[in-house]
Design a protein around this ligand. Structure first.
Ligand code: PEP
Ligand code: MN
Length: 265
């Protein structure tokens, strides 16, 4: 069980320090699944910033089930994230899949994401643990809570104490109506077991944008410290995860609803 106080992860963004933690305001991370082009990422950054998000998310390197699906624009997308950071002042969260890309990602990102599929890539965990930026560790789709906490331990043991745990849904038997089963029970369980800050990603959790707002609110009711929400200016045309992405207008509405029920956004 956890010993001592909840720890806080402080991230210095161009707009100032943002703190993830149990006793801090809710932190919202928003943006597209993939960085597609300059116009869309900059527009999304502006819109989610206005709505109250503190971080822009967007993948440059995408872990796709099919090798024939869009794989992300790679290094050129990192330049676009840097541009969006400059324009909006938002912190940037993006995924590392290959340790060979880590140095380039660290130059642009304020938080380094390790995705569900790499949660137990121990050599990658050691490398992200040996660089200075905070790490967002997503739960593997079939990982137990113990597996997940031990994966976090790899990062901590490598010298990086700034780890945020993100629940993104576990494998479900009902693929017809939900993409995954969002396991909100992790919020109280993690609170008991660990001092690390908690994030909930309802977008990957349910897989359909119409269900995202309810589960975002449920996550706040359960006591999450932060949320990750996929937002795309034109979900129907998205190169990945369009069906689960909110439009900027819908995201703006959601943020207003969250402010009413939640910790101040
Ligand atoms: C993502 O955040 O776009 C992503 C690929 O997430 P996950 O690793 O949770 O599937
Ligand atoms: Mn996605």
């Amino acid at each position: 069980y956890r010993h001592g106080e909840a720890s806080e992860v402080v991230v210095n963004t161009p707009n100032g320090a943002v703190v993830f933690g149990e006793h801090q305001p809710l932190v919202v991370v928003a943006g597209p699944c993939s960085v597609e082009n300059e116009e869309m990422i900059v527009e999304t950054a502006r819109r989610v910033k206005t709505a109250g998000a503190k971080f822009l998310r967007g993948g440059a390197y995408k872990p796709r089930t099919s090798p024939y699906a869009f794989q992300g624009h790679g290094e050129s997308a990192l330049d676009l994230l840097a541009r969006a950071r400059e324009v909006s002042g938002l912190g940037i969260i993006t995924e590392v899949m290959d340790a060979a890309d880590l140095d380039k990602i660290v130059e642009v990102a304020d938080v380094i994401q390790v995705g569900a599929r790499n949660m137990q890539n121990f050599s990658l965990l050691k490398k992200v643990g040996a660089q200075p930026k905070p790490v967002l560790l997503k739960r593997g789709m079939a990982a137990t809570i113990e597996d997940w906490l031990m994966a976090a331990e790899y990062v901590l043991a490598s010298g990086n104490s700034n780890v945020i745990l993100c629940e993104r849904g576990i494998r479900t038997f009902d693929r017809q109506y939900t993409r995954n089963t969002l396991d909100l029970s992790v919020v109280p369980v993690l609170r008991k077991l660990t001092h690390l800050p908690i994030m909930i990603d309802p977008s990957h959790g349910v897989g359909w944008s119409e269900f995202v707002p309810s589960m975002a609110m449920a996550a706040i009711a359960a006591g999450t410290d932060s949320l990750m929400i996929e937002v795309h200016p034109n979900p129907a045309k998205a190169l990945s995860d369009g069906p689960q992405s909110l439009t900027p207008d819908r995201f703006d509405n959601l943020m207003q609803e969250l402010a009413v029920i939640g910790k101040a956004v």
